[in-house]
Design a protein around this ligand. Structure first.
Ligand code: AMP
Ligand code: MG
Length: 348
């Protein structure tokens, strides 16, 4: 799960997502929210704290919908995911894998599927995205707590317990960690996965117009108020009060990862919470990576991966994928460089 903060760790809320949904224009519209078929739509919106951030479910639905039941199922699913998939949770399946993984652990179908996807994103990104990175995440987090940089020996030791190739996924449901001390951290993918799970429940309940915001990700489908596009603003990573651009989303997710609001301080040095599993050090160059993809899982995993890969490799990876667009803002050798594809290309 997303790392929590300690006294000497500055790890701001994932609300840094720099993505705001625009409601302002809606004031111009009547409050009856007529859909194109002129059906009067009702509105539900609620925000709750999950995944070290805030999750918002916002939807427009027909009065005939069993909204209470559907929304209850959504929040129950989120609660379940937080307990079951959080690396910091004492209970749940990830905790079980992290304690007994070397003996082999039988997990649920959903955890097995998410682990399988996670490993696939590791392969796709050449190991930039790696859910086994936790020994390094912990090392750097503890270093921030002690205000003391880890030495190369400690980094090498932690790195020896990292590597997606040391995870065996035995169908249909068994997980084996090949090295003692390995630990799984789904923090880079679980909130995007949560978007997909919530979207699935809403769709199955017949809700066609919704927006889910997990702090780092926004998934939107259908129309805002039943009649207008869901429009999100991409925040300028260098200026919280400014937007780089706006984008219309439909049946897509946008996810942002970066180091400008979520980071560790060790002494006077600032370190990203995203670690390069191949070097053992926090990634340095990418200020933010924003990805649009068809699923929350893909957008979330890729935005984390692109932070590690950096602009040039990210552009290559993204251009090889269908229906994936990205905006990467990098600060390297004193220069700000922007890489963009697809709809982000309108940003210079
Ligand atoms: P996100 O904010 O989605 O980019 O996820 C960041 C979180 O993912 C961190 O707080 C860690 O828990 C975890 N993480 C850090 N580095 C990596 C990495 N290289 N691959 C996968 N997960 C990572
Ligand atoms: Mg991510």
């Amino acid at each position: 799960m997303k790392a929590s903060s300690t006294n000497s760790t500055i790890l701001c809320s994932k609300l840094y997502i720099f993505i705001w949904v625009f409601f302002a224009a809606l004031i111009l519209f009547s409050r009856s929210y007529a859909s194109p078929k002129e059906e009067k739509l009702m509105e539900y919106t609620q925000t709750k704290p999950y995944f070290g951030a805030y999750v918002t479910i916002h939807c427009f639905y027909s009065a005939k919908t069993n909204i209470a039941g559907i929304i209850n199922d959504c929040w129950q699913k989120v609660e379940e995911m937080q307990n079951n998939m959080n690396v910091y949770s004492e209970t749940g399946e990830i905790a079980k894998i992290n304690k007994f993984g070397t003996f082999g652990v039988v997990v649920s179908e959903s955890v097995f599927k998410l682990l399988t996807s996670s490993i696939a994103y590791s392969g796709l990104s050449g190991g930039a995205f790696d859910i086994t990175v936790f020994p390094l995440v912990k090392l750097w987090k503890d270093a921030a707590g002690k205000a003391h940089l880890p030495d190369s020996k400690e980094i090498e030791e932690a790195r020896s317990r990292v590597g997606f190739g040391k995870v065996i996924l035995e169908a249909p449901n068994r997980v084996i960690l090949c090295k003692k001390g390995m630990q799984i951290d789904l923090g880079g993918i679980v909130s995007g996965y949560a978007c997909d799970q919530i979207a699935h429940i809403l769709e199955a309940g017949g809700i066609a117009n919704f927006m889910i915001d997990t702090g780092g990700e926004i998934f939107a489908k259908g129309k805002n108020k039943g009649s207008m596009p869901w429009t999100i603003g991409v925040q300028d990573p260098q200026d919280k009060n400014a937007l780089l651009m706006t984008i219309e989303l439909n049946n897509e997710c946008v996810s942002t990862s970066g180091n400008y609001e979520k980071f560790y301080m060790i002494g006077s040095q600032r370190f990203s919470h995203i670690i390069n599993p191949l070097t053992g050090y926090p990634q340095k160059d990418v200020i933010s990576a924003t990805v649009i993809a068809k699923t929350g899982t893909q957008a979330d995993a890729l935005s984390t991966a692109l932070c590690v890969l950096g602009g040039i490799k990210s552009e290559l990876l993204v251009s090889s994928l269908e229906n994936v667009e990205a905006l990467i803002v990098e600060y390297k050798e004193g220069k700000l460089i922007t890489y963009n594809t697809g709809r982000f290309s309108s940003h210079q």
